[in-house]
Design a protein around this ligand. Structure first.
Ligand code: NAD
Ligand code: UDX
Length: 480
């Protein structure tokens, strides 16, 4: 029986390994982590992450060929294939701070693998890493010359949160990069055999190591670039009377462009896009390519601009001040169907409104009070480090209350900001919401999910990203 071990039981390690276990009953899969609470949760009835369909997959294999454990060294030593799926956050200090990937967790995992291994291993980079990381990892693995062969592969993960299980069941492609040597090719074949249990052969792409590593950064940069492009257009739409949804549809019907990832929003979030683009920028700079670096940097700058443009719109619409006004924040996760808040635009929007002294009443169906308070008190980039290294969350923040439903959040408020596209926000009884609010009652839809005409008929003043402006908003002072 092939034994697989995955170091890192997070958003990637947990779901990916659960699906491998489900699809490969002849493979024994153990997911290990240094965070005991996380492993306990994986072994309990309440998994540590919310992901549609995940519970069912875990229930089918846990205890059969899927295990979760904190005995990291033991399981690494016993395995044939070791996936490393630890955090690779943006560095917060030192050389490359604010851009480069922090490989501390990766390096410590690699050193541990080198120290405890007693047989040959295939070591798979599952984390997103800078191009050429495999070379450094190879050096670490072989520093302890014990006659053990380590073959390194790059197998970046392309799942998106909220749809992880369907992405893993039916991936557009699986990418495996390896050395162009007989050992490298043998390792590629071994990993290809695992995926071939459910992924059609033509969707398993095999490349050299550096192409696989760079493809992951490039894929995220391209996806994020589409969102920043449409968000840049949304600003122009608001100034000209064009409608960004119509513009997106028009350009997306060109088969060369395609319709996906063209939804204007308050900004992209998530643990990957910003981190991976900043990493790409840093790699370009290190390789003497400042023009290329500046091109990609602009994608993050436009995203920051979109978030601050939204805050400015809220403040300027409400008579240029939100001081002491109650504002309802509907949605805090970075997208629907996840409880993940890493780099969610809600953090910047809330901080912006708090900077203008608003009172915030926040509701998200999946994000806990503790998490929201932590996010609003934490420094940029601290978030993606392992939870045991993060500061404790405060018990309260002045002017912020976290509530249990959308009606409570909106009651007595002056305005509503929709920051996550949860389906339940589309179905609210907006007449009831309107009746309970201060007047004039504003809705700022950062995800373009409400029926603006219907809301205007009720009496709301409505702002939708990139849509023709409400007459009220047009008369307001220009937004920076
Ligand atoms: P995560 O924070 O959810 O999980 C990482 C886990 O690794 C944590 O539980 C942490 O405790 C553990 N860990 C860190 N160092 C360890 C060590 N030395 N030994 C054992 N465990 C250790 O992160 P994630 O979202 O799963 O991301 C992991 C990697 O996958 C990152 O490189 C990320 O860029 C990449 N990625 C993420 C996504 C996504 O949607 N989240 C998608 C594709 C790729
Ligand atoms: C992304 C990539 O899609 C995935 O392939 C990679 O493995 C990890 O990073 P994820 O961050 O989980 O996945 O979600 P994604 O669906 O890409 O959304 C990222 C952000 O962009 C979210 O905040 C989302 O709301 C936003 N978005 C997405 C838009 O604003 N407009 C769009 O059209 C699409």
């Amino acid at each position: 029986m092939v034994k697989i071990c995955c170091i890192g039981a997070g958003y990637v390690g947990g779901p990916t390994m659960a699906v491998i276990a489900l699809k490969c009953p002849n493979v024994q899969v153990t997911v290990v982590d240094i965070a005991e609470p996380r492993i306990n949760a994986w072994n309990s009835g309440t998994l540590p992450i919310y992901e549609p369909g995940l519970d069912d997959v875990v229930k089918q294999c846990r205890g059969k060929n899927l295990f979760f454990s904190t005995e990291v060294e033991k399981h690494v030593a016993e395995s044939d294939i070791i996936f490393v799926s630890v955090n690779t956050p943006t560095k917060t200090q030192g050389l490359g701070a604010g851009k480069a990937a922090d490989l501390t967790y990766w390096e410590s995992a690699a050193r541990m693998i080198a120290d405890v291994s007693k047989s040959d291993k295939i070591v798979v980079e599952k984390s997103t890493v800078p191009v050429k990381t495999a070379e450094a990892i190879e050096r670490i693995l072989t520093h302890n010359k014990k006659g053990i062969n380590f073959t390194i592969l790059s197998n970046p993960e392309f799942l998106a949160e909220g749809t992880a299980i369907q992405d893993l069941f039916n991936p557009d492609r699986v990418l495996i990069g390896g050395r162009e040597t007989p050992e490298g090719q043998k390792a590629i074949n071994a990993l290809r055999d695992v995926y071939a249990n459910w992924v059609p052969k033509e969707r398993i792409l095999c490349t050299n190591l550096w192409s696989a590593e760079l493809s992951k950064l490039a894929a995220n940069a391209f996806l994020a670039q589409r969102i920043s492009s449409v968000n840049a257009m949304s600003a122009l739409c608001e100034s000209t009377g064009a409608d960004v949804s119509q513009v997106s549809h028009s350009i997306g019907t060109d088969s060369r462009v395609g319709p996906k990832f063209l939804n204007a929003s308050v900004g992209f979030g998530g643990s990957c896009f910003q981190k991976d683009i900043l990493n790409l920028v840093y790699i370009c700079e290190c390789n003497g390519l400042p023009e290329v670096a500046n091109y990609w940097k602009q994608v993050v700058k436009v995203n920051d601009y979109q978030k601050s443009r939204f805050v400015n719109r809220v403040v300027s619409s409400m008579f240029n001040t939100v001081s002491s006004k109650k504002i309802a924040i509907l949605g805090f996760a970075f997208k629907k169907d996840t409880g993940d808040t890493r780099e969610t635009p809600a953090i910047d929007v809330c901080k912006g409104l708090l900077g203008d002294k608003a009172r915030l009443s926040i509701f998200d169906p999946q994000v806990t009070e503790d998490q929201i308070l932590k996010d609003l008190s934490m420094k940029k980039f601290d978030k993606d480090h392992p939870s045991h290294l993060q500061p404790a969350s405060p018990t309260s923040i002045k002017q912020v209350s976290i509530v249990g439903d959308a009606y409570e959040a909106t009651k007595d408020s002056h305005g509503i900001c929709i920051l996550t596209e949860w389906d339940e926000f589309k179905k609210l009884d907006y007449q009831k919401v309107f009746d309970s609010m201060q007047k004039p009652a504003f809705v700022f839809d950062g995800r373009n999910i409400v029926d603006a005409d219907k809301l205007r008929k009720i009496g709301f003043i409505v702002y939708c990203i990139g849509k023709p402006l409400d007459p009220w908003l047009k008369d307001m002072p220009a937004v920076a």
